[in-house]
Design a protein around this ligand. Structure first.
Ligand code: MSP
Length: 707
């Protein structure tokens, strides 16, 4: 294998990314870095899916053209990937693919033409024109079958998407169809012949049984009058290609399929086929539809489709913008180091299964595994080398004469034993890593951390240092610890690039970790006499109470929140999940769990003291571009001071004199040094959750209670 190509899904450009999107990028980035370490020329794709009705709708809601909408989201994506070290400048993706690129429409049109000329394995036209009538979920951009929607209580109402809990649209129109039903045997043959085509195994079984149950032909176009924002069907501009046909093709058009310039710049022939990393939510598109399209067009099939599980909220629902329960990237970025987030995501989620995300867990793991674990091992080892060996890596050898003494100190004189177990752990780590069992791989690595920690604690270098006769023993112990750190830096580099570079350079080593293959590691590669670098803490301990307090008080965007990241600040919105902060979301969840049907008692509602308020003053806060500082008269002696995360949507002057609704009995909380003594209510509009402040059409006195 001389080249390798790995992709993430291309994300919808209708809303801003959250932890779920970040996770897939981390996994793909990790795979790319690991291949690059092996000297394999690697191409890593991520990007955005910019066509279709969802983008049109989001654009409309935000008063933008679809292209402006896509540009806006892409701007945020690029900022975010840079902040998380996933962009090209930080050794991450090689292309940020956008389906609105002209080379993409050329390529996807070519793919369509080839499929349209093709016969199915059963000798029929692969694409034909017909009529489609069905229930369509706009957020999924897919028609839904009966088992994929919830039937309405009122038969007049449309059914609801099980994933998004939004109403489906009835769509009936002329459409091109892809004759998927003719590809069942070919697909089953593929899964049989290439057992690693769909990974992990549980997902493979799921896909096989889906295909075995029989495939229906797939509608692959929408009439232009329904969906115009997309690639026209070649030779029939009255039809727009189905967004998934368009989107899936990005994986080949990005590297040059159907476009010479792109082919010259990157190379379809050079890099294709790719390994697709996807969430299990879109497995069917990648493991069934995509290979069938490619079979029809006579293009090589992907290397594999690897599906991970979903990050879910405390109620077990998939984290998604539509449900308003996402973990926002701005918050993660503000409070946590990139490497700690990467480590946590990979260690916590058993690949392929769903995982629950909690800030507390993230803090606990950072403190236990990173600060007290690897970080402490690194700093204690290096500090002792500094102190007892004048900052130079000592010799690891114990001479014949010194062996007895070493044994007396409880130190294994046979270096081969630690070298052997390290090599074994490395092999196991890589084996798990190759099969995407990142969590298991990290367990192996941390078993090594524990072993070396134990070695140090038992050998007690601080005591050995007091006995000149034990110098060799002391040196050997420190050498072993330092050499282990070297191995771990190389091994864990794809997981935590920054932190491992830091440890490596503190060891006094200068090679580029991005190019060191852990398979080539040999014991004793750390040269004796190496001058170590300045010893600094790698993973600072996190103050759990303080961080949790700040996160909670920074509003619903931050907890198992409800509002979008660009509203970070206090809560400007009331959403279906919560009436306020993350803290309140939790309370709401508890209420929901008790009654089981999501309904609350009137007494629960009565706990919330809602009052009419009048904005007296409004001002921006220096260095907090999302917050406005308001004083609001709610009929009390003094106006209340309230912080609202609406600065990106309202000018302060617009608000003065306005009647608003205030939650008057929220516990006060501090934000950016200001106390907020309540919360204003606003509707959350569109995918971005633009706040629209609730107000009154008639005159009402300040302080009047809302009931
Ligand atoms: N545009 C399509 C993909 C087209 S690929 C040719 C799409 N976009 S998406 O924006 O909805 O992104 C879906 C992907 O984002 C998931 O497959 C997964 O990789 C990631 N995630 C989104 N929410 C997620 C979680 N809650 N948990 C884990 N990953 C999630 O589908």
């Amino acid at each position: 294998m001389t080249t390798f190509y790995v992709t993430t899904p291309i994300y919808y450009a209708n809303s801003l990314p959250h932890l779920g999107h970040l996770y897939t990028m981390i996994v793909a980035d990790l795979v790319a870095r690991s291949k690059r370490q092996q000297g394999i020329e690697t191409f890593f794709l991520t990007g955005t899916d910019e066509h279709g009705i969802n983008i049109e709708r989001a654009a409309k809601l935000n008063n933008r053209t679809p292209q402006e909408q896509a540009d806006y989201v892409v701007g945020y994506f690029k900022k975010m990937t840079a902040a998380f070290g996933l962009d090209t400048a930080h050794g991450g993706y090689d292309i940020f693919m956008r389906t609105t690129e002209p080379f993409h429409s050329e390529g996807v049109s070519e793919l369509w033409r080839r499929a349209a000329r093709a016969k199915t394995p059963k000798g029929r036209d692969a694409i034909y024109k017909g009529h489609y009538e069905g229930w369509f979920c706009a957020p999924c951009a897919a028609y839904k079958t009966e088992d994929e929607y919830a039937k309405p209580v009122d038969p007049e109402e449309p059914p609801t998407c099980l994933i998004h809990e939004t109403k489906l649209d009835r769509v009936s129109e002329e459409s091109y169809f892809f004759r998927l039903s003719d590809y069942d045997q070919a697909l089953l043959g593929l899964y049989e012949a290439r057992t690693d085509f769909v990974q992990p195994d549980a997902r493979r079984n799921e896909v096989r049984s889906f295909v075995r149950d029989g495939l229906q032909d797939l509608s692959v176009s929408r009439v232009r009058s329904s969906v115009s924002w997309g690639v026209p069907v070649p030779d029939d501009p009255n039809h727009t290609m189905y967004v998934w046909f368009d989107a899936l093709s990005n994986y080949i058009t990005a590297v040059g399929f159907g476009n010479e310039q792109q082919e010259r710049a990157i190379g379809f022939e050079k890099f294709w086929p790719a390994l697709h990393v996807v969430g299990k939510d879109i497995l069917r598109f990648h493991a069934v539809y995509w290979p069938a399209f490619l079979m029809a067009a006579g293009v090589k099939l992907p290397r594999a489709v690897v599906a991970h599980g979903m990050w879910v909220d405390p109620a077990g629902r998939k984290m998604s913008k539509t449900l308003g329960n996402t973990i926002e990237l701005d918050v993660l970025n503000q409070y946590f180091a990139i490497d700690a987030i990467r480590y946590f995501c990979l260690r916590e989620m058993v690949f392929g299964q769903d995982g629950r995300f909690g800030y507390e867990n993230l803090i606990d793991r950072t403190n236990s595994d990173l600060a007290s674990g690897l970080g402490n091992l690194s700093s204690r080892t290096l500090t002792m080398i500094q102190r007892y060996c004048e900052g130079r890596v000592p010799s690891g050898n114990i001479s014949e004469e010194a062996r007895l003494l070493a044994k007396r100190a409880g130190v294994d004189t046979d270096e081969a034993s630690i070298a052997g177990s390290l090599a074994h752990a490395r092999d196991e780590f890589l084996r798990h890593f190759e099969s995407f069992a990142f969590s298991r791989a990290l367990e192996e690595a941390w078993a090594i951390v524990a072993r070396v920690d134990k070695m140090i604690s038992e050998a007690k270098p601080w005591d050995l240092a007091k006995e000149p006769a034990q110098e060799q023993t002391l040196h050997a112990v420190l050498y072993r610890a330092a050499e282990t750190l070297r191995w771990l830096s190389v091994l864990l580099y794809p997981v935590m690039p920054n932190a491992m570079r830091e440890i490596y350079s503190q060891l006094g080593l200068t090679e580029d970790l991005a190019k060191l293959d852990p398979r080539q590691l040999k014991w004793a590669g750390l040269p004796e006499g190496t001058q170590i670098g300045e010893v600094k803490g790698i993973f600072p301990r996190l103050d759990k109470a303080k961080i949790m307090d700040e996160i909670k008080s920074s509003g619903p965007t931050a907890g198992q929140g409800s509002a979008p990241s660009d509203l970070q600040g206090t809560s400007p919105t009331v959403s279906k999940d919560s009436a306020g902060s993350g803290q309140h979301a939790t309370e709401a969840d508890a209420v929901q769990n008790k009654s089981g049907d999501g309904l609350i008692e009137i007494t629960d509602f009565a706990k919330v003291d809602l009052r009419v308020g009048e904005v007296r003053t409004a001002a921006r806060i220096p260095k907090a571009d999302k917050l406005l500082l308001l004083t609001v008269d709610i009929g009390e002696e003094q106006p209340r001071q309230i912080l609202a995360g609406i600065a990106q949507y309202y000018e302060p002057e617009q608000l003065v004199g306005r009647k608003i609704v205030v939650v008057a009995n929220l516990k006060p909380r501090k934000l950016r040094g200001y106390e907020s003594q309540g919360m204003l209510l606003a509707a959350s509009v569109g995918e971005e959750g633009k706040p629209v402040i609730a107000t009154f059409a008639e005159d009402v006195p300040n302080g009047a209670r809302l009931k």
